[in-house]
Design a binder for this molecule. Sequence first.
Ligand code: PEP
Length: 248
Amino acid sequence: MTLKKLVVGNWKMNGHKSDLPELRAISDVASQQNNADVAICVPATLIEPAVNAVSSMAIGAQDCHANENGAHTGCLSAAMIAECDAQYIIVGHSERREDQGESNVDVKAKAIAAMGANMHAILCVGESEAQRDSGNAVTIVVEQLLESLPDIRNDFDGTNLSIAYEPIWAIGTGRIPSLDDVAEMHLAIRHALVEYYGDAGHNIHILYGGSMNGSNAHDLMKIANVDGGLVGGASLSAEKFAPVIAAA
Ligand code: PEP
């Protein structure tokens, strides 16, 4: 089954109101592409201005709290993000797993919260370089995935959840796994999703992330079960992001 490609930019802690014209330029590129859905996950401060600035792509957030409200200084609930008309929330990015000590249990709770607020959760998994070198990356990532997946199976059709496979050692380094390694990992993730969710597992986008750019996106997107990309550095300008969107 071929899913419509989904290409999501992750601006991380980059972007000010002065960058809204760049977002508009990316939206213009997206408007010329019918073969892919495009979104940019911006810093929280830009969600509402970005939603108001663009018309041809979705806007997302980079994290949410698992609770609906309460004494959690500095955090945002999924409902608050939904109120700004964002459509996506990244959960479990390796930078948050590392910097904020987020566990698989935390990530699962955040994914459930995001989906419960009618948002599309993009759940990130990926191995470290040492884990890749150990030869056990597939087993490790599938285990991480199974511990992080939202356990909501009733009426779940798979359309509001994506998985981003992001080898940690490939993020921001300019290095990517071999295409065979990407294919092996995405197939293993697909099998795990179908085993966990049944047929709905076929509808879940599996994005590749980690130094995807205009030079490698075409080869990566051609791989079976690579249903799009999660893109950091190369999503920061329309010039760099346009060839990635075109490759989709
Ligand atoms: C990311 O952080 O999600 C990412 C994929 O970054 P980059 O494309 O810069 O490697």
